[in-house]
Design a protein around this ligand. Structure first.
Ligand code: SAM
Length: 279
């Protein structure tokens, strides 16, 4: 076993250094993620059906109120929002990096006449020009991006929107982490989340206070001594920090809520939902 490599990988990396390992589109991990997405008991990848229904009702009644709206759902996962909005009469494009999630999303609408198009696509490579009345990005995915990726995405979202169109998204706040310690843990299993064969995993959380960012890093070693590295960033925001970012990309009239059901803004909330408009 290459212990030296494991020791090296265990050191705190530079902020936003990525590993080149696939996560969302790894064949085994994406299967596990889809199981988590569609498990109504588990809130880790998609939120509960009740929350999503409430969220769609809020969007329909308060946010997406124009006629014949075209909606772009970024990181649509298994398509809960895309399908729900199409059922309310919107025209929706859902894109996601995970082939498995997109296949599942397509299966869910097979027997229905809904105006939804699903595509396997990286949202960092969007190329739309003033096509959409609204872009939505649900469940704190913006905070998983490095600052450079986030800025690239905001530029592309702005281009994809018609003037006056809205971008709706949520982020975690600092409150999410208050109860957590920075921890290290390990696991040794026959099969599990990270692989279908026996492996040992070493997980550690790092904090970058200068960038309001946490990193959950997992090193996985399999029976053949192959080492894989997974890094998942979590950048948290508050009203002030997200406003500064949005102001740089031609967004105006930001409104803030505690979550994506439109609950009144509270500084104690673990999430911050934002509706912002293209100039
Ligand atoms: C936390 S899940 C949320 C899924 C969905 N919005 C929901 O709330 O049910 C984030 C989703 O973003 C997708 N994703 C992550 N990075 C992506 C990228 N660069 N391009 C497209 N999709 C991406 C993942 O595959 C995953 O389905």
């Amino acid at each position: 076993m290459d212990i030296k490599k494991i020791i090296d990988l265990s050191k705190k990396p530079k902020l936003f250094e990525r590993s080149d390992q696939k996560f969302w589109d790894d064949p085994h991990i994406s299967k596990k993620m889809l199981e988590v997405h569609i498990d109504p008991e588990f809130d880790a990848a998609s939120r509960s059906y009740e929350f999503i229904e409430e969220s769609i009702d809020w969007l329909v009644e308060r946010i997406l109120t124009g006629e014949d709206q075209n909606i772009l759902d970024l990181g649509c996962g298994p398509g809960f929002y895309s399908k729900g909005l199409a059922e309310k009469g919107y025209s929706v494009t859902g894109i996601d990096l995970s082939k498995r999630s997109i296949e599942y999303a397509k299966e869910q609408i097979e027997s229905e006449e809904l105006d939804v198009e699903y595509k396997v696509q990286n949202f960092l490579e969007l190329d739309y020009d003033q096509k959409y009345d609204a872009v939505i990005m649900m469940y704190c995915e913006l905070g998983a991006l490095t600052n450079q990726e986030r800025d690239k995405l905001l530029e592309k979202v702005n281009n994809a929107l018609k003037p006056g169109g809205v971008f709706v998204f949520d982020v975690f706040t600092a409150n999410k982490r208050e109860e957590h310690e920075l921890n290290k843990s390990w696991d040794a299993v026959q099969q599990g989340f990270w692989a279908g064969n026996p492996y040992v995993s070493l997980t550690e959380t790092f904090f970058y206070p200068e960038a309001d960012t946490y990193l959950n890093q997992t090193i996985v070693v399999n029976e053949d001594d192959e080492i894989s590295l997974y890094r998942i960033y979590e950048h948290y925001y508050d009203k002030g920090t997200i406003t500064k970012v949005l102001d740089n990309f031609g967004f105006i009239n930001h409104s803030f809520y505690s979550d994506l059901t439109g609950k009144k803004y509270s500084p104690n909330s673990r999430t911050l939902a934002v509706v912002t408009e293209k100039l």
